[in-house]
Design a protein around this ligand. Structure first.
Ligand code: SF4
Ligand code: SF4
Ligand code: SF4
Length: 258
């Protein structure tokens, strides 16, 4: 963690995405204005068309590096940022656009575009595929309270702890009992908490938008899900937020050290 000046320069850019994480930041309202008093605000595309700065103490990147222009902007942001944050699932994992990594993406392209000659259609990757990432604020969209706390902490040279415990810890087992026990697919046991189990407490399954815990026990979850659902349904759940590859890699990594 670098030593920041009294008023760190901060910039937020968007690559290809819905910009929902920036909207979540704006939803902080007056609280955001209070937080930004501690910063010198550079780019923040959703607020104002502020000119890019040559240097950022903290660079924040939302979205997926899909086009060549995205990749160039991402690398430029890394070069001029002392500390780089991946904001939201698109930057962290790949999000819904990563579904195409698991299907025949060239085939799917034909459903969308009548002429596909000049369409860029790369594999969807986290921004960490191209640049070093110093910190991740996960979720789709992010939890804006978590963002606010992180920004207050980071300027003081601290990192807030993003909990390495599963969503099940924050889930009061929903009113009618645990979704998995009711034979509804839920990825809460392998997904990083911090969202206050917002989906499950409203009766919706957790589909893993905040990404995997450090040591996900995927084998156990798969066994449990496949006792009542097909493998196709299980895989579909892993793919909605693009977490399948990261989850499998992390689960394999965890097994190696056991
Ligand atoms: S993580 Fe979700 S809300 Fe944020 S930019 Fe990506 S798709 Fe939008
Ligand atoms: S509903 Fe999902 S998140 Fe909640 S306890 Fe059950 S498995 Fe865990
Ligand atoms: S419950 Fe799961 S899918 Fe819903 S916000 Fe939390 S991590 Fe994301």
């Amino acid at each position: 963690m670098p030593n920041f000046p009294k008023k760190p320069v901060i910039g937020i850019i968007s690559l290809t995405c819905c910009e929902g994480c920036q909207f979540a930041i704006l939803d902080l309202g007056e609280r955001l204005l209070e937080i930004l008093k501690h910063y010198d605000l550079g780019e923040f595309s959703l607020v104002e068309d502020l000119p890019a700065r040559p240097h950022y103490d903290i660079g924040i990147v939302e979205g997926s590096p899909i086009t060549a222009d995205d990749v160039a902007r991402l690398k430029e942001m890394r070069d001029k940022s002392g500390f780089l944050i991946a904001l939201g699932n698109c930057a962290h994992i790949g999000c819904v656009q990563a579904i195409k990594n698991y299907v025949s993406k060239d085939e799917k392209l034909k459903y969308v575009y009548s002429q596909i000659d000049k369409i860029e259609n790369p594999e969807i990757v986290p921004i960490a595929h191209y640049v070093k990432v110093d910190y991740i604020i996960p979720g789709c969209p992010i939890n804006n309270e978590e963002f606010a706390q992180n920004l207050l902490d980071i300027k003081d040279g601290k990192l807030s702890l993003i909990p390495d415990q599963p969503v099940c810890y924050e889930c009061p087992l929903v009113q009618a009992g645990c979704l998995l026990q009711r034979k509804i697919i839920c990825l809460g046991p392998v997904t990083r908490a911090g969202c206050r189990a917002i989906c499950t407490t409203h009766g919706q399954q957790c589909l893993g938008c905040r990404g995997p815990v450090n040591e996900p026990n995927l084998d156990s979850l798969q066994r449990q899900i496949e006792s009542f659902a097909s493998r196709e349904e299980y895989k579909h759940a892993l793919q909605v937020y693009g977490v399948q590859k990261m989850l499998i890699d992390q689960a394999n990594q965890a097994k190696k050290f056991k």
